[in-house]
Design a protein around this ligand. Structure first.
Ligand SMILES: *[C@@H]1O[C@H](CO)[C@@H](O)[C@H](O)[C@H]1NC(C)=O
Ligand SMILES: *[C@@H]1O[C@H](CO)[C@@H](O)[C@H](O)[C@H]1NC(C)=O
Ligand SMILES: *[C@@H]1O[C@H](CO)[C@@H](O)[C@H](O)[C@H]1NC(C)=O
Ligand SMILES: *[C@@H]1O[C@H](CO)[C@@H](O)[C@H](O)[C@H]1NC(C)=O
Length: 379
């Protein structure tokens, strides 16, 4: 079967992590997470009474209630926490210090890298005021209460995993929806990368030693963008049916981000800065859906939960609001609500990240190799 034009042997191994947290192998004793809706575990819904994420079917697959996570179940950060033997991260808003022993989540759905003032200056109305810098401020304010002495703090930070992002996606969203073209958008990217870089620098200066920095998703494969930027020109689409110009834009952001991470690694040789390749891990799902167990209901690009249309994304009937419906089996879908992915997709991506970067931290107690799929493409 012609899977790809390369003649490579692609081996994809699924790891399934059980939920037992009986024995912590303990590479990391806590996680501090910054970002947007891809990582938010409850901050947005804490203050936003009108959030769509407050309602079922959000959370339907795993938590059996909406938790503020923008998915049907666990997010990448949840799978990482579980695999490292830690409990789910409490959101910063709505929780108290005693809950933060194993870390805290500052990510807010809708958050941008740029602060509100910079966005307004560019004519972009922010959808939340909790930019990356604000989240960093929360962390700095909280830190003294998490450890009792300077040496105690140093050791706590040394043993913590910091996840910085994904962030930046929302900085591009609004201008895109306002019809700004790709060239205009590209001028934003260095600014976004600069802010991410400053946040990493600030964290390292505070004592962070291990940082995981995700890139952006292939947004040209997301149901929302596919709907809004639908084109009559077949040349605008790649073989998976994704919009090429949007994916190229994500790759541009990711390339600049990786260049910057390389620069930071040279400045801080004693830190471990890991790039989490959300783009390519998600692309696997769009390229090889059947092989990876994703059938979808009307193709892999359509959202599970939505209000109809070719990609089941309808801005007049977004997931959880009137007029939207949820597919029967979200575990067969990659896309959850048009913008965010399903728990099953996030599990795949988290597994890829853990496999590449954290193998030594995951004890055999914490994962069972359930099955492995070997994709052999011999063209
Ligand atoms: C899920 O929650 C509903 C109430 O919201 C409850 O009736 C049901 O028993 C729960 N199911 C499980 C499996 O916990
Ligand atoms: C952001 O903060 C400003 C000033 O406090 C407020 O007027 C505005 O409504 C806030 N915006 C959002 C989206 O919360
Ligand atoms: C990195 O760690 C080594 C060994 O502990 C130390 O000698 C060196 O000064 C550190 N470098 C920086 C840039 O902090
Ligand atoms: C989108 O949702 C609105 C409101 O529920 C509905 O009237 C319309 O038919 C939907 N569009 C599609 C393409 O399903």
């Amino acid at each position: 079967m012609a899977l790809s034009s390369s003649s490579s042997l692609i081996i994809i191994v699924f790891l399934f992590f059980n939920q037992a947290t009986t024995e912590v192998l303990g590479c990391y004793t806590s996680i501090f997470s910054f970002g947007d809706s891809l990582a938010d575990t409850g901050n947005r819904v804490y203050y936003d009474a009108h959030s769509q994420y407050k309602h079922f079917p959000y959370g339907i697959t795993f938590f059996n209630q909406s938790t503020g996570r923008c998915s049907n179940g666990r997010l990448i950060i949840d799978f990482i926490a579980q695999a490292l033997g830690l409990s789910f991260l409490p959101s910063y808003l709505g929780h108290q210090n005693p809950d933060f022993k194993h870390g805290v989540n500052f990510a807010v759905a809708g958050a941008t890298a740029l602060d509100s003032a910079s966005l307004i200056k560019r004519g972009i109305p922010p959808t939340t005021n909790y930019s990356l810098e604000v989240q960093l401020g929360w962390f700095k304010q909280l830190l003294p209460s998490l450890c009792s002495s300077p040496s105690n703090c140093r050791s706590m930070l040394r043993n913590a995993l910091f996840t910085v992002g994904e962030i930046g996606g929302n900085d591009y969203n609004d201008p895109l929806l306002e019809g700004k073209n790709k060239q205009e958008l590209q001028t934003l990217v260095p600014e976004v990368i600069n802010i991410i870089s400053s946040a990493i620098t600030a964290l390292v200066e505070e004592g962070a030693v291990t940082l995981l920095v995700p890139g952006n998703f292939p947004i040209g494969c997301l149901s929302s963008y596919l709907t809004i930027f639908e084109s009559k020109n077949q040349n605008d689409y790649d073989p998976s049916g994704c919009l090429k110009w949007l994916n190229e834009f994500s790759q541009f952001h990711n390339q600049l981000l990786q260049n910057e991470l390389n620069r930071l690694r040279e400045i801080y040789p004693n830190t471990t800065i890991i790039y989490a390749d959300y783009y390519n891990l998600a692309m696997d799902l769009f390229r090889f859906p059947k092989q990876l167990g994703f059938k979808g209901t009307s193709g892999v690009l359509a959202a599970c939960c939505g209000g109809g249309g070719r990609y089941n994304y309808n801005t007049s009937a977004i997931c959880s609001f009137e007029g939207s419906t949820c597919c029967d089996d979200p575990s067969l879908c990659v896309n959850w609500d048009g913008i965010h992915l399903t728990e099953a997709a996030y599990k795949w991506i988290a597994t890829g990240i853990l496999e590449r970067s954290f193998t030594s931290c995951i004890s055999s107690e914490h994962h069972n190799v359930d099955h492995s799929i070997t994709l052999l493409s011999s063209l």
